[in-house]
Write a protein that binds this ligand. Structure first.
Ligand SMILES: [Zn+2]
Length: 293
């Protein structure tokens, strides 16, 4: 079996001309087991197979346990109908052209499950080549992603300073994640699109009701987020997806742990919500596809 790092080196080598040095902006190449720019700034491929582009360590809201929980929830298929929706958007769009290969960036990929699933769907649906790259500022997230999904390429990087040349990506995915639309527009191809997934009002309403007492906190509106997207892109596609998902008992704690609803709650509150034995959850999101022109 090929070692993880060697497979990653091969993967990155195939696409190394899309990278841009985050320090000086010059072109980069894989030399040995590192990505090196024309000015010799060097970013090693880690033993686990990812590249860390951050020049200093970052603070972020994630923690390792939360990301492992999210990985477990993703693997039991909790988000599959959404991810099928996203991959259908992509296959529909590419069905009208003949390009043999596509570049897909998941901006804010967390522990990587969404990108991996979407690329797998696309390989089943079409005969084209897809290069999937996931970036996140969380090193813990990228660590899990490269541990679990060695077919895609994983990078620790800052959304505000993406290590890519201009006009490189056919699709940028932004799934329950923060965004930086200036950077997205810079690295998107002219005919490319950004596919954003945002929660709708019913999303995890069972947990929202359990965690929050007041009506205003129980109600969620994505209006601001969607308006900000509309200000930046021309909407070419939009679909709302709503379903119920029943989790096995041992996974309910993982769902609670992965959702931001619980992050500010104390242990006592979390125990109380767990003891309510809610096992069926509403998933309610919109998938919005936007283009530059
Ligand atoms: Zn450089």
């Amino acid at each position: 079996m090929m070692k993880k790092i060697d497979e990653a080196v091969e993967n990155f080598k195939r696409v190394d001309d899309i990278f841009k040095c985050p320090l000086c902006g010059r072109e980069m190449k894989i030399i040995g087991k590192s990505l090196i720019c024309e000015n010799k700034h060097c970013f090693d491929i880690s033993k686990q197979g990812y590249i860390n582009f951050l020049t200093r360590s970052s603070n972020n809201d994630y923690d390792k346990e939360m990301l492992e929980s999210r990985n477990i929830i993703c693997k039991c298929g909790f988000f599959d109908p959404i991810l099928k929706g996203v991959s259908d958007f992509i296959s529909n769009k590419i069905s009208s052209n003949n390009d043999p290969k596509y570049f897909i960036l998941d901006a804010g990929c967390g522990e990587g499950s969404h990108l991996n699933k979407i690329i797998n769907n696309l390989h089943e649906d079409t005969k084209r080549e897809f290069n999937g790259i996931g970036i996140d500022i969380s090193k813990d997230g990228i660590h899990i992603a490269s541990r679990e999904y060695e077919k895609q390429m994983w990078c620790v990087a800052d959304l505000a300073k993406l290590p890519f040349m201009n006009n490189q990506f056919d699709f940028i995915l932004n799934i329950f994640s923060p965004s930086n639309y200036l950077e997205f527009k810079r690295i998107l191809k002219d005919k490319g699109s950004v596919i954003k997934v945002v929660p709708e009002g019913g999303y995890l309403k069972e947990l929202r009701n359990a965690f929050y007492d007041g009506e205003d906190k129980r109600n969620y509106s994505n209006e601001k987020v969607v308006n900000h997207f509309i200000e930046n892109f021309k909407i070419i596609n939009r679909q709302r997806i709503t379903y119920n998902f029943t989790l096995e008992n041992q996974n309910i704690g993982h769902l609670i742990k992965m959702t931001p609803l619980s992050w500010s709650a104390g242990n006592e509150k979390i125990e109380k919500v767990l003891s309510m034995n809610i096992n069926s959850f509403t998933v309610d999101v919109s998938i919005i596809e936007g283009s530059i022109y």
